[in-house]
Design a protein around this ligand. Sequence first.
Ligand SMILES: *Cc1c(COP(=O)(O)O)cnc(C)c1O
Length: 549
Amino acid sequence: MPQYRDNLNVLRRAFPQPVSDQEHDAWFVFSVLRALDRVDAMKSQRPILGEPQEIDFSKATAACVPDEMSTVELVCRNLVDHLAGMFIWGHPRSQVNVINPPCIPGILGTLLPAIYNPNLCSEEASRGVALAEAEAISMTARLMGYDPNLSGGIFTFGGTGTLLYAIRLGIEKAVPGAMQNGILGNMPVVVCSDQAHYANKTAASWLGLGANSVVKIPTAPNNEIRTCLLESELRRLLKEGRRIACIVATMGTTDAFGLDHLEKIRELRDELVHEFSLDYVPHLHADAVIGWAWSVFRDYDFTQNPLQFPDRTLRALAGANRRIRQLNMADSIGVDYHKTGFAPYVSSAFFVRDARDLKMLTRDQSTTPYLFQSGDYNPGKFTLETSRSGCGPMSALGALQLLGKSGLRTLLGHLVTMAETLRNRLTAQPAISVMNPENFGPVTLFRVYPDDVDTFEMPKLEQTDARYAAQLHRFNDYNRQVFQAMHAEALRGDGVVISMTDRFRETDYGQPVVALKSYIMSPFSDEQYVQAVVDSVERARKQVAGVFK
Ligand SMILES: *Cc1c(COP(=O)(O)O)cnc(C)c1O
């Protein structure tokens, strides 16, 4: 037999068998099991896999494709080794960021398409997995108050992708024909709050508008856009003859879960269309990649409170619902199932209230002669991507089916309860000031101060009075040092991994305010780990006191 045939026989074993072969299936499953076993051996009390280690990227430059074939076993080992040092987001000692631990059906939703490799480009290439996309879209649309018979949506590559879609659609509304002709004349603008995600700028620059075309409106202390300033800015832009490609309402800011007043923004937009007799309606997008999941409380009975949440939790959930229930007033919505839907990366979808909007993005059929020969469901006619993975929709569907409204309410309610408990405990500490005490979400921002500081006064003075700039910078530094000490302790397995934000907001005189940040996302979080944060801050303060000047 020629050598290549020998090789081929070996390699065929490394693929799932096309025709039922239960023995081989068992071996395939066993490979997965062995990988999981190896990962399990890396678990400890610490919220990371294996030992904390510096990653040596110089090793990566030496990498090359091996001359010879390897085996499934050896490669499996190598792949598992790459997980060393990963944070375990689902660990109760992990409160790092808005990164959810995926549930098992969410994981299966990624595994199954990885085996059968559907391509959501067309119905032909994805069959029932295309249906999974349509189902996940309808379920979520209905949850958010859209009519699934009129609305539309598609999965895309992250929250950033949802903003790219929204702004692109808005450009087409403000400058009809731009898909063909490009943008001629005056650059249209994107308007959002100064707490909106930087992905707005990413999308604007990649779309050729330029990051400078993103106009930022100041926010109130609770991190929501100041609608009166939005109004005056929109008026100014319209008077100057600028076209408005997109107004982005942030429904759950990344660092502080701030929620814009979407209803007011919508009213304002409609008024201005009338007043300025605009020949287009500026597109209104809700960046709800974080906040969307709170839609499960749209029809929660807050009076009866059947899930028996504590009072403070109930108030926080109602507070978030008050804004999130306005989601259906937006022309489009961005959703990340991988942020607050307990699905793995990447699982994001872009929704439009009027499905006809997506048609504006359709490319000329003559450019895709080899595609879309059959079937009704051909999102590839308008999606930015050509090949599109089935993992996003299958994971979202898996997670949504497992949790249902009740499960999502339970998980979000628990996370908020834990965050409320943390805010309470931190507030009781004289050396700590909680920076988002009125917050409704699972994130807590706080600043820590040395012993002699009046923490009732200082945060306000730092925020408003430029004469306190020196103190602000000094305490920014202090917080960085406290963070370092806490982080080192957490990696040893005693504390809790939290994170730090270099600029959770700016002072009135334009300086960055550093804050420590706890983002509770683990279903395994509990009171003792909340107390562990408070204790760890205290130990870090003692440690830093020796060296801080
Ligand atoms: C995370 C985030 C984004 C970007 O989403 P990705 O899924 O990370 O691309 C956009 N907007 C907000 C408010 C976010 O928090």
